[in-house]
Design a protein around this ligand. Structure first.
Ligand code: PGA
Length: 245
């Protein structure tokens, strides 16, 4: 159950939210895993606020090189130093606003896994692509490129795929159960062909306008193993209800 805070929260706002979240999730069942992807500037304060809790900390972005002349970028070792164990790759906002190509997303995914991070690889079609009947083709392309350099023997505990239809992100328009089932089945088929046995255990998250009110129904669907939440993750109370849904 993942929270993507995007470009929200100062250090003190993040720390306050996470202390509240940790308290609300104190008795989280063992089979649930919760991670918060905080902005870079709030990571160190977030790690401190989460000390002793089961909530995991992730970053929303990184650059796939160890160090060097990459002005404005942040490396995995810098993230680890701030207490992060998880990263996102391929979020549609990175693809659309910052021009990250499918190949670059693939490079990042493989790089982070090789660097012992857990990765949530995000994929999803635009409304235009869906309306043109290109759902399968787009998911296939994004998965093939995103997982191109990932070893066949990947540890399924460290790789998740988030299916996030672009038209459902931040729009209040959640995909319907049929739409989610269809897309997640396609993702599972791809993963089993690509990773054989491990492909069954890689978690597939749904993202796009998930709220406490719809989270329970969404995670009960076949091949839905969790959710990636933007807007409704900004309040600890609302995200805790989703995590416990
Ligand atoms: P949303 O964002 O929950 O605000 O739709 C989801 C995401 O972008 O990961």
């Amino acid at each position: 159950m993942a929270a993507n805070w995007k470009m929200h929260k100062t250090r003190s706002e993040a720390a306050e939210s996470l202390r509240a979240l940790a308290a609300l999730l104190k008795n989280m069942p063992d089979e649930r895993e919760a991670a918060v992807f905080a902005p870079f500037t709030a990571l160190a304060a977030s790690a401190e606020a989460l000390a002793g809790s089961q909530v995991l900390l992730g970053a929303q972005n990184f650059y796939p090189e160890t160090q060097g002349a990459f002005t404005g970028e942040v490396s995995l070792s810098m993230l680890r130093d701030c207490g992060c164990t998880h990263v996102l790759a391929g979020h549609s906002e990175r693809r659309a606003i910052f021009g990250e190509s499918p190949d670059f997303v693939g490079r990042k995914t493989a790089y982070a896994l090789a660097g012992d991070f857990s990765v949530v690889l995000c994929i999803g079609e635009t409304l235009e692509e869906r309306d043109a009947g290109r759902l399968g083709e787009v998911l296939q392309m994004q998965l093939a490129a995103g997982l191109k350099d990932v070893p066949d023997a990947v540890d399924p505990a460290r790789l998740s795929i988030a299916y996030e239809p672009v038209w459902a992100i931040g729009t209040g328009r959640v995909a319907g159960p049929e739409e989610i089932l269809e897309a997640h089945a396609k993702v599972r088929t791809f993963l089993q062909a690509r990773f054989l046995k491990q492909g069954k255990d890689i978690r597939i998250l749904y993202g796009g306008s998930v709220k406490p009110e719809n989270a329970g129904e969404i995670i009960s669907l076949d091949n839905v193993n969790g959710v990636l939440v933007g807007g409704a993750s900004l309040q600890a109370e609302s995200f805790s209800r989703i995590v416990l849904a």
